[in-house]
Ligand binder design. Structure first.
Ligand code: HEM
Length: 151
């Protein structure tokens, strides 16, 4: 996992007035980016925060809309993501359809524990190593189509 200084989770914001926060004087006009990745970890709420453990959210009264500082995927306050509920719907619908409609297996004979959860961080965070999956039926259709094209 990369060090926290590489994870910045908000867009750039400009301070509209001088203010003081957490020991820092912020001057009007300064451009700020808030490192929510680091805030979530500094609060020491999560066990093994760098590990992919989806069950950690089970039975927890923690939402994603900026009420809980330990989990801020969409940030909080006036400039939090206005598309958060559409974003959640799209991810849920896409994932559910992919899992419901196809039988995926890991490529190259990999085991689930071999999947790398390393990230590349920038304006958005994405996997450092792509996830290669095979869907045998889909692969069969594709091969058939390619054969027909070659005839
Ligand atoms: C899971 C999907 C998404 C995630 C994790 C996400 C996350 C974020 C984050 C962290 C910000 C920065 C907030 C800040 O700088 O304080 C943001 C801003 C924004 N997002 Fe999203 N977003 C998602 C989906 C979407 C979708 C689907 C839309 C639109 C249809 C959208 C539109 C925007 C806009 C317009 C802003 C800028 C808001 C502003 O500066 O006032 N996002 N998003």
């Amino acid at each position: 996992m990369s060090p926290s200084k590489h994870h910045v989770s908000t867009l750039a914001h400009t301070a509209l007035e001088d203010f003081y926060v957490a020991g820092y004087d912020i001057l009007k006009g300064i451009i700020l980016m808030v490192n929510t990745w680091s805030i979530e970890r500094k609060l020491h709420h999560w066990k093994l925060p760098g590990e992919f453990i989806p069950t950690r959210f089970e039975g927890k009264d923690i939402d994603v809309i900026g009420q809980h500082f330990v989990f801020l995927p969409f940030d909080m306050g006036q400039r939090k993501c206005p598309g958060y509920s559409l974003g959640i719907c799209i991810i849920r619908a896409t994932l559910v359809n992919l899992l419901h409609g196809f039988n995926w297996t890991l490529a190259y004979g990999l085991n689930p524990q071999d999947i790398s959860m390393d990230e590349i961080c920038g304006l958005t965070t994405h996997p450092k190593h792509p996830l290669h999956l095979i869907e045998p039926q889909l692969l069969g259709y594709l091969l058939q189509i390619m054969e027909q094209l070659n005839e």
